[in-house]
Every structure is written in C-alpha cells, then in structure tokens.
Design a protein around this ligand. Structure first.
Ligand code: A3P
Length: 298
C-alpha cells in the first residue's frame, strides 16, 4: 500500500502580521478544521460557512472570536492556544501561511480558498486604507520582526503595481502561497475552494464542503444556513464575523465585510497592468494552477 506523504514544516515566517511558530505548540485533535488562504480571498466567508454548518444555522456566533487567525502576532499566541484548548465544540482555525511554514497535520481537515489577485488587491486596499490606530499599534507593536507596516499610498494602481513587483508587498507572496497548497491538492484531508465558485453556486459549494467535513446537514435549517452565509446577511451582521469585531478599521466591521464583488479593477487597470498579473501567474504557477486561480476551473 502506498503511504501518503504529508508536508513537513521547513521554515518559520515572521513579519508585521505573522508568527508562524504559533502552530508549533498547537495540539491537534482528530476533527479539527483549518481554514487557509493567502488573504482577502474569502477566508471569513468560509469560516462563516463552517460555523453555520457546525452550529446548525444558529445566529450570532462570533466567528472572529471562535475561529482565530493563529499565526497572526496578536493577540499573543498563548492566549489563543489556551482559548482553543478550552473549546469543546469542533474547532475551526484560520491561517494565512503557505504550507511549508505551517504544521500540516494528517489529523485535521483543511480548506484553502483562493481569489484572483487583482480582486485580492482591491479588497486589501480597502482593508489597509481604512486601518485605524489599533491596527498600527498592534501590528507594529512589541515583538515586531522586520519593517513596520506603513499606511498605503492613495493611488490604488500604484498600490497594485507595488504588490505585483514586490511579490505581495506589503503582505507576502500570493503565488508562493497558492502554489504551496496547489502542490498538495491530492491529499485526502485538503479541499481547495475558489471565491468565484462560492459566488456562482454557494449552496452547491456548501453541500460539497459539508460532505468533505463529514457534517450532516439538518435540512430544516438549510434555508437559515444559506441566508446567514449570504453577503447581505454578513454585511448587516458584520460584527459577528469580522476579525476582532472590526476593531482595527475605521467604520468597524462593515469596512471589513466590504463589497463582496469581483472585477472592481476592470475599469481602473490598463490592459497592460491587468495582463501583467495573468502573465506572472502563468509564469510562477504553471498552466493548470494559474488557470484555477484566474477562473476557479480545475
Ligand atoms: P471585498 O473587500 O472585495 O468586499 P477575507 O475574509 O479573506 O479577508 O476576505 C474578505 C473579502 O471577502 C471581502 O471582499 C469581503 O467583503 C468578502 N466577503 C465576506 N463575506 C462574503 C460573502 N458572504 N459573500 C461574498 N463576499 C464576502
């Protein structure tokens, strides 16, 4: 019988956001769910879906609090680990790490969601440009490794170009992140998701996701689950799902759950600027992975 090869951590990542060592002390349980993405790709949406499946469509579970971003430097790792250790329900934890900086456990089930980088940048620009003093105090505060994160330029095209040319700046590399997960797509405990597909057929995607996670769906609660995962519901109840109830942004949680649409760059980027992303995706990811990232098609 062929033995499966699970990835092994080969490096740590530290920057204004990351402390990848947080995973080194995490005690996995057999039914843990880990939700990964590069950033701004539908992570919170996926967390909300998982939360709704686990809690039978009940309202007002605070997803941001229940499902912390473990590799974020704040709140301190011991606080998050203790909180997760105390949870009695099936746990679902968020990460933005590439696979080689994570501890990948055969015990857990992993979901990894992607979105076209141009949509990611448009989403992140709103996130970054509306960051408040709590954001800068937390990310640039004690324990910072490397340069601090600075407020962004007021020109979104310039922001996009810098992201592309500096491989993810001021965050981390999207191509490296996506490729690391794509490369392990055949593992039985990983399911890849795409923002476009969630937009196109959320109910269908939720059913597949529930099957993968082995969560039986209570059909009496199905309509509630779908409603609570819709953009309008999440926008109107943004404090229930946004990280730290939106404390890091001017305008609060509703700034984080922003527009929920793709393609806002289409009328802003020149043909050349836009194509540069596609060309780089093909160059860095190879044909199949690039096509998936750009379209959602496998
Ligand atoms: P926009 O900024 O483009 O609106 P993440 O959780 O990975 O940071 O991603 C945040 C993005 O997901 C934001 O995109 C947010 O609005 C969007 N989002 C959150 N919930 C959503 C939903 N139910 N439907 C569509 N998009 C959603």
């Amino acid at each position: 019988m062929e033995t499966l090869e699970y990835p092994v951590k080969t490096r740590e990542m530290h920057n204004h956001h990351f402390d990848s060592t947080a995973w080194n002390d995490f005690k996995f349980r057999d039914d843990d769910i880990i939700i990964g993405s590069y950033a701004k790709s539908g992570t919170t949406w996926t967390q909300q879906i998982v939360c709704q499946l686990l809690f039978n469509g009940e309202e007002h579970h605070n997803v941001g609090a229940l499902s912390p971003w473990l590799d974020l430097r704040v709140p301190p790792t011991p606080v998050k680990l203790e909180m997760l250790e105390a949870q009695q329900h099936r746990r679902f934890v968020k990460t933005h790490l590439p696979v080689d900086a994570l501890v990948y456990s055969p015990k857990a089930k992993y979901l990894y969601v992607v979105r076209d980088g141009r949509d990611v940048v448009w989403s992140h620009y709103n996130h970054h440009a509306n960051a408040n003093e709590n954001y800068y105090a937390a990310l640039n505060g004690p324990g910072l490794v490397g340069p601090p994160i600075e407020p962004p330029t007021d020109d979104i095209v310039e922001y996009y170009r810098e992201w592309l040319e500096k491989d993810g700046f001021p965050l981390w590399s999207q191509f490296e992140n996506v490729k690391s997960w794509w490369d392990i797509r055949d593992l039985p405990n990983l399911k890849l998701l795409h923002y476009n597909n969630l937009k196109k057929d959320m109910p269908g995607e939720i059913r597949k996701l529930a099957e993968f996670l082995e969560i039986p769906i209570n059909e009496d609660k199905w309509d509630a689950i779908i409603e609570h995962c819709s953009f309008d519901y999440m926008k109107n109840h943004a404090e229930d799902s946004a990280p730290l109830q939106g404390a890091m942004w001017k305008g609060g949680a509703q700034t984080f759950i922003h527009k929920g649409t793709n393609g806002r760059w289409r009328d802003v980027l020149s043909e050349d600027d836009s194509k540069r992303y596609e060309d780089m995706a093909y160059e860095r990811l190879g044909e199949e992975c690039a096509r998936w990232l750009l379209t959602g098609e496998m």
